[in-house]
Design a protein around this ligand. Structure first.
Ligand code: ADP
Length: 601
């Protein structure tokens, strides 16, 4: 297997210090009147700049002629997402001896922050910053076309694509997976990790009653009965076997299940590692340990190749080469959703106010490429108008990170007045619509100490509450009144909201909003609050598939050689996806797509 393109971009315990030594060319010192003048005041300097999640601190060592070493001392950027910038930007600055290096797509904010922090350090070294910011004329290099042949080409390296690649390989196929970003993971790695499955072992231990039928009904009715019943059946019946499959691959899940936002029932499994990293690390480990799956990063599929009505390969564009990838058995489209393609979102938006300026939880690669690729070969699309917004976006970035809730039962939402306004155990669309009616469409998640019993307790995005408080993304009060002052809501109203909630916990509800999901009261100091806004999260519509994950054409027949899985597909979740069903969906159908494409002749 050729693994030269494969870069393991994820590390769970992501390094705080990355040291890169200068092995590269050095800049020429300035020459004035025949005498050489130092480029830098030799020494080691610390520079800082603000990134996504707070400050990045770098240490830069220079001699009189060159930037010798850059260490990232501290950062709070998201694991997985920021890794390519942290790995590549310091090295690029050293290699080019320049601050005019390209940012990394998908990690532009982190890239820019590293460049700013290095600039800040170099200013202290008396560097000529303007000169270092001049873009060097690159030598034009001709683009080669690389041609490869394999059994299966998978487009997209998120949860669905990786599941398909591993499953196809387990079923005897050789696979090439192309990913347009510089890292694997897509939106999957950014998710809170919640995975719904009726679990005989764990649910019984917790005394939770559940059944496949209940999961089916909640999924079907939660999507206003618009989902394809056959696909829903496959999803709910295979969700738990897919967990066992992941466990066989080495993935670990916590024993305790929980109710995720809009999940309606405590059947969400939480991976034992942060966010969605567990899925990506598990597949990556399999790929590293087994020959036969080649991962090519920074490579975007641009066209499906068709011969005699069968999809036989993919044309793609890499950083340096164009690629023609022949697939003897078939192609799996697993390119994710289109929440980051504003034109596509607006074109399909029928139920929400204009989303032109809306923020999104998604990574920048979620641009609906798979829709365009599939459209060109006659695929049919279903439910494109079904767009999911969450009431849980970070007010600055729209991302899910910073969300302080740990499970639905133990927190309330209040608006800017301090009043509750919705059943916080409701469907995601219901909660988001209610939030849109509040002042500035802005709310606070309020909960108490019991959610964060130790300083080490982290939210579903691997953040401690104190960390969020330090970053100004959460607030703490020893009393509800003190918390209310800090978040600028009416203390009397906040106290009343919590008191009424606590009464409902005693009776078990339903309360005035119809809420029935309760566990513990909000009664133990300190109390915490975090701000949230509506954010575009998931595009439920997409390519029509059958229960074998084969793509269905506009004429109702399958398109030979073409499979699709994950968020790029439509028709499973109807108008509203149950929280926790996406990771189950991408794993179940990714696995099915891989198995079936491997069996093609
Ligand atoms: P899913 O949950 O369905 O797996 P993800 O968002 O996790 O979706 O992953 C989809 C992946 O597909 C992302 O990593 C994204 O960058 C990648 N992708 C999107 N379009 C292309 C393309 N044209 N070529 C290659 N990879 C793509």
């Amino acid at each position: 297997m050729r693994k030269s393109h494969f870069k393991r971009t994820l590390c769970l315990l992501f390094c705080l210090i990355l040291a890169i030594s200068s092995v590269a060319c050095t800049s020429q010192p300035k020459v004035t009147d025949g005498e050489s003048v130092a480029m830098f005041k030799a020494g080691t300097y610390v520079g800082t700049a603000n990134a996504h999640n707070g400050e990045i601190k770098v240490e830069v060592t220079v001699d009189e002629e060159a930037i010798k070493e850059i260490k990232i001392l501290e950062h709070n950027e998201s694991p997985g997402i920021s890794d390519p910038a942290i790995e590549r930007i310091p090295q690029a600055i050293i290699d080019d001896q320049s601050l005019a290096v390209d940012t990394i797509s998908g990690a532009t904010v982190t890239s820019a922050a590293i460049i700013s922090a290095v600039t800040n350090a170099l200013e202290q070294a008396d560097a000529d910053i303007d000169a270092l910011k001049v873009k060097k004329e690159g030598e034009e290099t001709a683009r080669d076309t690389v041609e490869e042949t394999t059994d299966v080409v998978v487009i997209g390296g998120g949860g669905a694509g990786l599941a398909a690649a591993v499953s196809a390989h387990q079923n005897g196929a050789e696979v090439i997976l192309i990913e347009k970003m510089p890292r694997l993971g897509g939106n999957t790695i950014l998710s809170g990790g919640a995975y719904n499955a009726v679990d005989p072992k764990r649910q019984e231990a917790q005394g939770i009653e559940d059944s496949i039928e209940k999961h089916y009904t909640q999924t079907y009715e939660g999507g206003d009965k618009l989902g394809n019943t056959e696909l829903i059946k496959v999803l709910v019946e295979n969700a738990y076997p897919a967990i066992e499959w992941l466990e066989d691959l080495g993935m670990k899940f916590d024993d305790e299940l929980f109710t995720v936002l809009g999940g309606m029932w405590p059947r969400a499994h939480k991976p034992s590692t942060p966010l969605g990293t567990g899925f990506i690390d598990t597949y990556s480990k399999y790929i590293e340990e087994n020959d036969g799956i080649e991962i090519i990063l920074d490579t975007e599929a641009t066209e499906l190749m068709v011969e005699d009505g069968k999809v036989v390969g993919v044309k793609a564009k890499g950083l340096k080469n164009d690629m023609i990838l022949h697939a003897n058995k078939g192609v799996v489209i697993a390119t994710g959703g289109f929440s980051k393609n504003i034109d596509m979102v607006e074109e399909n938006n029928k139920d929400w106010p204009s989303l032109k300026d809306a923020k999104s939880t998604n990574h920048p690669g979620a641009t609906g490429d798979g829709i365009i690729l599939a459209e060109a070969v006659g695929a049919n699309f279903v439910g494109m108008e079904n767009l999911q917004l969450l009431p849980m976006g970070d007010p600055d970035t729209g991302s899910l990170s910073g969300n302080i809730e740990l499970s639905v039962e133990n927190r309330i939402f209040v608006n800017k007045d301090g009043d509750r306004f919705v059943d916080e155990g409701e469907r995601r669309d219901v909660m988001t619509k209610a939030l849109l009616e509040q002042e500035d469409a802005y709310m606070w998640v309020v909960l108490d100490h019991k959610n964060y019993p130790t300083p080490e307790t982290v939210n579903n995005f691997n953040e401690t509450i104190e960390e969020l408080i330090e970053q100004g993304r959460a607030f703490k009060g020893d009393t509800l009144e003190e918390l209310a002052e800090k978040i600028n809501v009416d203390p009397a109203k906040l106290v009343k909201s919590v008191e009424e909630f606590n009464k409902a916990v005693e009776t078990g509800g339903p309360d005035a909003f119809g809420r029935t999901l309760f566990d513990k009261k909000i009664d133990t100091a300190p109390f915490y609050a975090g701000p949230r806004i509506p954010t575009v999260h998931h595009t439920m519509g997409g390519i029509e598939i059958n229960t074998n994950a084969q793509v269905v054409g506009k004429d109702g027949n399958i398109i030979p050689g073409l499979y699709a899985a994950g968020e790029v597909t439509g028709g499973i979740h109807g108008s509203n996806r149950l929280g926790g069903n996406a990771l189950a969906d991408i794993t179940v159908f990714g696995r099915i797509a891989g198995e079936n494409v491997a069996k093609e002749k």
